[in-house]
Write a protein that binds this ligand. Sequence first.
Ligand code: FPP
Length: 238
Amino acid sequence: MKNLPKHVAIIMDGNGRWAKARGKIRTEGHFQGVKNVRNIAIYANELGIECLTLYAFSTENWKRPEDEVNYLMALPKFFFESYIKELMAKDIRIKMIGEMAAIPENARKIFMDAIKKTANNRGMILNFALNYGSHQEIVRAARKYADDVLSHKRQNDLDENGFADYLYTKDLPPLDLMIRTSGEKRLSNFLLYQSAYSEMVFTDILWPDFDRDVFDLCLKQYEQRDRRFGGLNEDKNN
Ligand code: FPP
């Protein structure tokens, strides 16, 4: 595939509707969803994508019923117990963005272990957004910068590049493509700063049904987009 995006982010939506359509409880949808994370991560790595960022739990998801929140917080244990060997064998590196302090201790530890274990891998970065919200990320960055100025670590000379260094994503490639499943067409507080010039692809497919073929279709759409970053594309005379 030509024009492969380096960094793809996915809002994995529709687990609940997938379950409902089959007369199952919502958590069954999340269970299919977490298994699909494995499938899509393996495929993205095979394709040569450098970084895949997945919206696993937002700062707003705490508003869900306690049982569902507990289920979602138990998914990292299932995921890494089931797949860490395979992820290691495929050279995939795990990372995480979000406010770690509020994540339950056991889930946090599981993530920290996986991050440490895969730190020297050189394949795709599989980056989980957990307890992540862009507003929180941007306010945190502003506070950190203010602290640095007040403690004379930095001058009051911030520009866009400097600001990006205060975001969770500072070490990741720029975001090229944002995908949202399940037909919703909004960003829901996900990577708002980073997606300023990303391409957006919205698909009606629910996350548990998002397979290699659907991913290929999204990548095809990306391939056909004319990215100008606010400038002109001189090849096309426009
Ligand atoms: C949105 O569907 C999905 C989520 C809030 C959870 C997504 C998480 C995963 C797929 C697994 C994450 C994996 C790890 C390892 C942490 P929804 O419940 O809002 O669906 P609905 O809109 O149909 O109700």
